[in-house]
Design a binder for this molecule. Structure first.
Ligand SMILES: Nc1ncnc2c1ncn2[C@@H]1O[C@H](COP(=O)(O)OP(=O)(O)OP(=O)(O)O)[C@@H](O)[C@H]1O
Ligand SMILES: [Mg+2]
Length: 392
């Protein structure tokens, strides 16, 4: 399938995409914080973005640069991205702090997801390709690395996360000043922690019927706004099959969400998968990469059987221009682990466990690195706040 040629985007489209770039310390996107000084779009699709940093030596500099490049690079028609980093003068800086402070207060945070949390949605073009299995194993692998990982089961009607992670019970609520909040169920894995929310923890028979009347999107919104997530390195969202509703909702509510697209090896599968990618781009969600699932099954004698064909993941990644983050072999242990509530990755010592660990490591080191809060504006903000508060 030849990629369709599109002309260069207009400035507004690029600015919209930049709303997906969050300054994790200031807790808002770089456009609304007015950190974007200029956007130039060339006839040839080359885009130059100038971002003004609070201080030039900000440790988040590289991350902001990467995020801007990734977000803008994902806009159709963009051929290349150049990021120029400027530094604010003291007046601009205090104006920014005042704005951040005002937005934090008046603009009330829309979701309960901390600004520094990386949000990764696991999606696919069609059902049954292993989204939930990838979510559960990736979450367990990340927690195994000592990270705190939220799992939002956005498959409201067909939830499978509770069973796959071996969690049962009902989530409790807590009254807070901001209204009642849901507390996720937790599971320790090594030094890491999973925080999980699913309809499976809410749905008694009656409740399930009541919830079915709710729009899918409203339910997901509820999980984003009314769950007391607390601090997290990652939030993984297990997407329901098919529908674009949730994707569009996430683009609106949590535009920094990045998509991992799961596909199966047959070349035909990537046709369906490219549709998800198209949809993501229209809603300006960044597609972070492709995971191929159910690739060649290797028998005990070491012979590989590509039961479902091969090459689909590679082809899709190439076509979309994102990395193939990993291939997970077909292995009955994935299904058995899912049924037993113990993700196969935790058993270790198998090609399939290794594949999940490799994907987790790649996510952490390359694709969507953990945000370290070491430094610059957070401390500075405290000082500025103190100074502002001291003023009559
Ligand atoms: N690599 C694998 N090897 C063997 N079985 C697998 C593998 N990945 C997933 N499965 C099995 O395939 C089935 C579908 O997987 P899963 O439920 O994760 O897919 P899904 O994309 O989340 O489905 P849905 O679209 O219904 O939400 C499950 O029974 C699961 O155990
Ligand atoms: Mg599923």
């Amino acid at each position: 399938m030849a990629p369709t040629r599109v002309g260069p985007p207009d400035q507004e489209t690029v600015r919209n995409a930049l709303r997906g770039v969050i300054d994790p310390e200031l807790g808002d996107n770089v456009v609304d914080l007015e950190m974007v000084r200029s956007v130039e779009v060339g006839e040839d699709g080359q885009v130059v973005v100038e971002v003004a940093l609070t201080i030039a030596g900000c440790p988040l500099r590289t991350q902001l640069r990467d995020d801007v490049t990734a977000r803008v690079g994902a806009v159709p028609g963009v051929a290349g991205v150049k990021v120029r980093m400027g530094e604010m003068n003291p007046d601009e800086r205090s104006a920014l702090m005042a704005r951040a402070r005002w937005r934090a207060r008046e603009g009330a945070p829309v979701t309960e997801i901390p600004a520094r949390t990386r949000v990764v949605a696991i999606a696919s073009g069609k059902g049954g390709v292993g989204k939930s299995s990838v979510t559960a194993n990736l979450a367990a692998a990340l927690a195994g690395l000592g990270l705190t990982v939220g799992v939002l089961d956005a498959d409201i009607w067909g939830f499978s996360i509770p069973r796959m992670l071996g969690l049962e019970g009902r989530i409790s609520g807590e009254r807070t000043e901001a209204g009642p909040k849901i507390i996720p169920l937790e599971k320790r894995i090594g030094t890491g922690l999973l925080k999980v929310v699913s309809m499976g923890f809410l749905a008694g028979e009656d409740e399930a019927i009541m919830w079915r009347g709710l729009m899918l999107n409203r339910a997901v919104q509820h999980f984003l706004e009314d769950v007391r997530w607390g601090d997290m390195d990652y939030l993984l969202i297990d997407m329901p099959p098919g529908t674009g509703d949730v994707q569009m909702g996430l683009a609106r509510m949590l535009p920094r969400t990045e998509l991992l697209v799961v596909t199966t090896p047959p070349l035909a599968a990537q046709l369906v998968a490219t549709r998800v990618v198209d949809m993501a781009r229209k809603g300006f969600l960044r597609v972070a990469g492709v995971v191929e699932n159910m690739s060649a099954f290797t028998c005990e004698h070491g012979t590989a059987y590509p039961l479902f064909g091969s090459g689909g993941g590679e082809r899709l990644a190439g076509e979309v221009g994102v990395p193939l983050i990993g291939s997970v072999p077909l292995d009955p242990a994935v299904a058995a682990g899912g049924d037993a509530g113990s993700p196969v990755v935790l058993a270790g010592d198998s090609p399939v466990a290794d594949a999940f660990v490799a994907i987790a490591k790649k996510l952490v080191t390359e694709v969507s690195p953990v945000v370290e809060m070491s430094g610059c504006t957070a401390r500075m903000m405290e000082r500025v706040e103190a100074a502002l508060d001291a003023k009559p």
